[in-house]
Design a protein around this ligand. Structure first.
Ligand code: PGA
Length: 247
């Protein structure tokens, strides 16, 4: 089953009021590609202003706490994201798994909290360079996935992002064969876990650019991309959306 392509931008810790104009430029240009789902995951503090500025473009968070509410200083709940106007969130990005010591169990609980609240979730997995070089990439990613996948999946609202850590922000990209192998394995795991209806989209992330997007989107079981650096400017992001529409 061919799934509608999904291209999500991850703005990470970038974005001030002045950048709302860029978000608007991205939203306006994305309207030309109705065959692609486009979304931007922005800093939590910018979500409400972004949704007001671009009512047509899904805006998401980059993380969510797994608890509904409580004594969690500095954290944001799924309900708060929704209240601010978000319709999706990233969970388990490697920058949080590493720097914030998030475990697979944390990521699973976050995905479940997001889905239960009506948000879509992009659940990230990916191996380190050392693991890739020693031949353990597939086993590592499948184990990560096994322990991070939500038990209660609203499959249409769940996406997986395969993001090799060594490809994030480095300009290095796995070979087409490596992407194909990993996405096939992830699809197999999802089929095993949820049944083979194939509704969960599998995105590739890590140094996706206008210049390599078409080649990546042509790979079987690549249903879109999670884009960091190249999502910050409309002129860099739109060629990726265009490649998804053409693919
Ligand atoms: P990048 O980041 O596109 O800048 O490599 C991707 C990501 O971390 O989601």
């Amino acid at each position: 089953m061919a799934l509608k392509k999904f291209v999500a931008g991850n703005w990470k810790m970038h974005g001030l009021s002045a950048d709302l104009a860029e978000i608007k430029a991205i939203a306006d240009a994305a309207k030309a590609y109705p065959s692609v789902d486009v979304a931007l995951c922005v800093p939590a503090i910018l979500i409400e202003r972004a949704t007001r500025a671009v009512p047509g473009l899904p805006i998401g968070g980059q993380d969510v706490h797994y608890a509904e509410k409580g004594a969690h200083t500095g954290c944001v709940s799924a309900q708060m994201l929704r209240d601010a106007g978000a319709s999706l969130t990233i969970v388990g990005h490697s920058e949080r798994r590493d720097a914030q010591r998030e475990s697979d169990a944390d990521v699973k609980a976050k995905a479940e909290a997001a889905l239960a609240c009506g948000l879509a979730a992009i659940l990230c997995v990916g191996e380190s360079l050392e693991v890739r070089e020693t031949g353990g990439a597939v086993a590592t990613v499948l184990a990560q996935l096994d322990a991070s996948l939500p038990d209660t999946a609203e499959l249409g609202r769940l996406s997986i992002a395969y993001e090799p850590i060594w490809a994030i922000g480095t300009g290095k990209v796995p070979t087409v064969a490596e992407i194909a192998e990993m996405h096939r394995e992830i699809r197999g795991k999802l089929d095993q876990r949820y049944g083979a209806d194939g509704a969960v989209r599998i995105l590739y992330g890590g140094s996706v650019k206008g210049s390599n997007a078409a080649e990546i989107f042509a790979v079987a079981d690549v249903d879109g991309a999670l884009v960091g650096g190249a999502s910050l400017k409309a002129e860099d992001f739109l060629p990726i959306v265009e490649a998804a529409a053409a693919g």
